[in-house]
Write a new protein. Structure first.
Length: 226
């Protein structure tokens, strides 16, 4: 029934090009909610399988029309999207203009659906309402430990016009996904050797420490600012 329903919504006389507009239009016609997928010319990444309604039958229908575009059903990518959305849903306002970093695939693919979710505009130059900070969880925690060990205490440097899509996402998740997708991995740029060594120790005894350290830092910051 799913496949028959999808096909019944497609006008046999209508021609669909490979443009982004037409690909998204076709997905919508066959019943896929494009707010929960990320579009690229070569691949469609499913951000949330349940909410996207991108069933296997719908994928077959899509592949019949666009055999050259791969549908990626990565559970790891969906976990990354879930972590990211918990931050972005609170910080992005509808129709915002967001300044994007250059040449950052994981940020690009995470932010792309928000052009449909919230009607935002993603730019690389010019005026903007918000700017993407690509800091990941590992680097944020490393920075927290670094300032503590140096005797500076906690430094709260986040700006009100910055958003952090990867602040809750660990580096190993990102690199595992990038590697599976055949893309260049992100090198760990942690510069504080003492903080890095301490993080490696904690990784063995308390694997969830990064999330807990970040939550503690955010709690303290909120208390100080209030």
């Amino acid at each position: 029934m799913d496949l028959m329903f999808n096909l019944s919504n497609v006008n046999e006389k209508e021609e669909f090009s490979t443009s982004k507009r037409d690909v998204l239009k076709f997905l919508k016609i066959i019943g896929v909610d494009t707010r929960f997928i990320s579009y690229t010319p070569e691949k469609i990444y499913i951000n949330n399988l349940r909410f996207s309604k991108f069933s296997r039958k719908r994928e077959d229908t899509f592949n019949n029309q666009y055999p050259e575009i791969e549908v990626v059903r990565s559970s790891l990518f969906q976990k990354i999207c879930s972590k990211s959305s918990k931050v972005l849903a609170l910080e992005i306002k509808p129709n915002s203009v967001i300044l994007m970093p250059e040449d950052n695939f994981i940020i690009d693919v995470l932010m792309e659906p928000y052009t449909r979710k919230y009607g935002v505009k993603l730019v690389h130059e010019g005026d903007y309402d918000l700017i993407v900070n690509p800091t990941i969880l590992d680097d944020e925690v490393n920075g927290i430990f670094s300032t503590i060990f140096s005797g500076e205490g906690l430094n709260f440097t986040k700006k009100s016009n910055e958003i952090y899509p990867l602040i809750n996402v660990p580096l190993d998740w990102i690199n595992s996904f990038l590697e599976m997708d055949g893309r260049k991995i992100i090198k760990n740029e942690n510069s504080d050797e003492l903080a890095t060594s301490f993080m490696e120790f904690l990784e063995d005894v308390a694997p969830q420490y990064r999330e807990n350290v970040l939550k503690a830092s955010e709690y303290i910051e909120k208390k100080i600012r209030n």
